[in-house]
Design a protein around this ligand. Structure first.
Ligand code: 13P
Length: 252
């Protein structure tokens, strides 16, 4: 049985005061929940704050991105080792905003994920199709390309990886994949991982991301291959994030 995992991706939002308030509320609200693993991914400057405020709680913290290189002359970069030093557990790689706005290719995503693994952390590899790709029937081809890219790096073990299915058309749009669309994509991703030689495919947690809200979380999380969520906008509102955690916990 795979444990449910819910991660909040704060993206580039907030400041010290709002981060303090959100961290305190999530720490307190998550304390009473069982059966769900919880993490938040604040912007880099607030990771130290997250470490200070969440240490000793059941809430973990992670980063939204990482440099594909080791330490060195990479101005503006943040290495996986630095994230490990800050106590991060998870690191998002290949989020569609990184792919489209910052030019992260499949190859860059794989190199980043490899750095994360080498630092002893868990990469959360994000994949997903655009609206045009879905409407033209190319969803599985896109997912296959993105998943195949990471298979070679993960095989044969792949125990310490999470994949997040985030259909680009559902991110920040208010449009959510139906539970069946999410399940179909997740089942495809899992079978593709297995076909790519990742022996741990049946045990890997696959998260759904894209306009997850308190009103749709329970139904999404009820599907057999949906092992939790990667939450954007709703993770910035403590009550909403906690309600989503509750939806995952009930089915833990
Ligand atoms: P929203 O939940 O705001 O749609 O964002 C999803 C996302 O991109 C999480 O990484």
């Amino acid at each position: 049985m795979r444990a449910k995992l819910v991660l909040g991706n704060w993206k580039m939002n907030g400041g010290v005061a709002s981060a303090e308030a959100l961290l305190a509320a999530v720490r307190e609200g998550a304390a009473g929940l069982a059966g769900v693993q919880v993490g938040v991914c604040p912007p880099f400057p607030y990771l130290g704050l997250a470490a200070a405020r969440l240490s000793g709680s059941r809430v973990t913290w992670g980063a939204q991105d990482v440099c594909e290189h080791d330490d060195g002359a990479f101005t503006g970069g943040v290495s996986a080792r630095m994230l490990a030093d800050l106590g991060c557990t998870h690191v998002l790689v290949g989020h569609s905003e990184r792919r489209t706005l910052f030019g992260d290719t499949d190859e860059v995503v794989v190199r980043k994920a490899a750095r994360v693994l080498a630092a002893g952390l868990v990469p959360v590899v994000c994949v997903g199709e655009t609206r045009t790709e879905r409407e033209s029937g190319a969803t599985e081809a896109v997912l296959a390309r993105q998943v195949d890219a990471v298979c070679a790096m993960l095989a044969p073990a792949g125990e310490r990886c999470v994949l997040a299915y985030e259909p680009v058309w559902a991110i920040g749009t208010g449009l959510t994949a139906t539970p069946q669309q999410a399940q179909d994509a997740h089942a495809f991703i899992r079978s593709r991982l297995a076909a790519g030689g990742v022996a741990a495919a049946p045990r890997l947690q696959l998260l759904y991301g894209g306009s997850v809200k308190p009103s749709n979380a329970a139904e999404l999380f009820s599907r057999p291959d949906v092992d939790g969520g990667l939450i954007g906008g709703a993770s910035l509102v403590a009550a909403d994030f906690l309600a989503i955690l509750g939806a995952a916990a009930h089915r833990g």
